[in-house]
Design a binder for this molecule. Structure first.
Ligand SMILES: NC(=O)c1ccc[n+]([C@@H]2O[C@H](COP(=O)([O-])OP(=O)(O)OC[C@H]3O[C@@H](n4cnc5c(N)ncnc54)[C@H](OP(=O)(O)O)[C@@H]3O)[C@@H](O)[C@H]2O)c1
Length: 309
């Protein structure tokens, strides 16, 4: 990419898209095109094609998606599959038809099998059954990354993909029905602190192990891959470190300053027991994360307070 290359960031108002725009600007890329969801609904194929034909971007970061936590994913599997499949196919296909030089597709670590050997390497893809609670979402994301790989294989298109672990940071979604575990905990502990509640009840038993990556670290990797990576296989993005959900809840409570009790509702699902990415491929390319979890939670909570308190 040149500093004046025309770059389309799909989903630029979302947590990942806005972090990619920040990173691009930090590195001197200024020719960024964007459309909000209201201006361009990427579920509409004709509108998506018309946008690409008019704007002719040279590079595309595809960070638009219907995203949600375990509750939203298990309640609305049809919506998650349909919307993510359509967005991926419409954007990647329109990009290819309009000769976009390079495209980077954002997937998610939930594309990997539920019982994949840990830490999960890129080659675990499609080796066994997926986690049921987010199967629809995972199938859509697998289709997106495979479509990029097939365009490369069939036509030599320089279309790549990246699979991040759980993300958090500025611009996260704090809506109870749609949020992921970390932003959900920030909001619930904050509200409990403000209302003086004596206890907060969390889903599951707190035992699942999870990995969390600060979104600005991911954005750095996304731009780095756009500049330096051109292989068919996807690239995992994570820290390589894990915490139990119970430990995470305790860390978030400490940052927020909530001093009440944390209880666990074991009638609610835990999700995958353990999900840690093998990040040696990204490390081999020269990237590593630099925001530790406590620091990242502090930054995320500052952003939450700025926007919602
Ligand atoms: N958040 C995570 O923990 C996480 C982890 C791993 C991977 N990822 C991946 O990273 C990508 C971005 O996630 P995120 O956390 O940044 O999500 P987000 O904050 O919800 O942002 C998604 C963006 O996509 C836009 N969008 C959704 N449907 C659209 C449509 N039909 N037409 C146009 N725009 C549409 C949204 O606009 P509106 O808000 O206006 O609808 C929003 O700006 C996704 O591919 C996701 O799979 C996220």
């Amino acid at each position: 990419m040149n500093r004046d290359s025309k770059i389309y960031v799909a989903g630029h108002r979302g947590m990942v898209g806005s972090a990619i725009v920040r990173e691009l600007k930090k590195r001197g890329y200024e020719n960024i095109v964007a459309r909000s969801h209201d201006e361009l609904n990427l579920l509409r194929q004709a509108d998506t094609e018309a946008f690409f034909a008019k704007e002719k971007p040279e590079y595309v970061f595809l960070a638009a998606a219907r995203v949600g936590g375990i509750g939203a994913n298990s309640n609305y599997p049809a919506d998650f599959m349909y919307e993510n499949m359509m967005i991926a196919m419409n954007v990647i296909h329109a990009a290819f038809e309009n000769k976009v030089k390079k495209l980077e597709f954002l997937g998610s670590s939930c594309i990997y099998p539920r019982m994949a050997p840990q830490p999960i390497s890129e080659d675990a893809l499609l080796t066994s059954a997926l986690e049921q609670t987010n199967e629809g979402y995972a199938l859509a994301k697998i289709s997106g990354l495979k479509y990029c790989a097939y365009l490369k294989r069939q036509f030599g298109a320089d279309y790549i993909s990246v699979m991040p672990t759980n993300l958090y940071g500025p611009g996260d979604n704090y809506t109870p029905e749609r949020s992921h575990v970390l932003p959900a905990l920030i909001r619930r502990f904050h509200e409990a602190k403000v209302s003086g509640a004596k206890e907060v009840v969390c889903w599951g038993d707190g035992s699942p192990l999870r990995e969390f990556l600060y979104v600005d670290d991911l954005a750095e990797l996304c731009v780095f891959l756009m500049e330096n990576y051109d292989e068919e296989e996807t690239v995992n993005a994570g820290t390589g470190k894990e915490v139990t959900i119970k430990e995470l809840a305790e860390k978030v409570a400490a940052v927020v300053g909530y001093e009440g009790e944390i209880k666990w509702d074991t009638s609610k699902p835990n999700g995958t027991p353990r999900k840690l990415l093998n990040v040696s491929k990204a490390a081999g390319l020269g990237w590593t994360y630099h925001t530790e979890l406590e620091e990242g939670i502090r930054l995320a909570y500052d952003d939450f307070c700025k926007n919602f308190c």
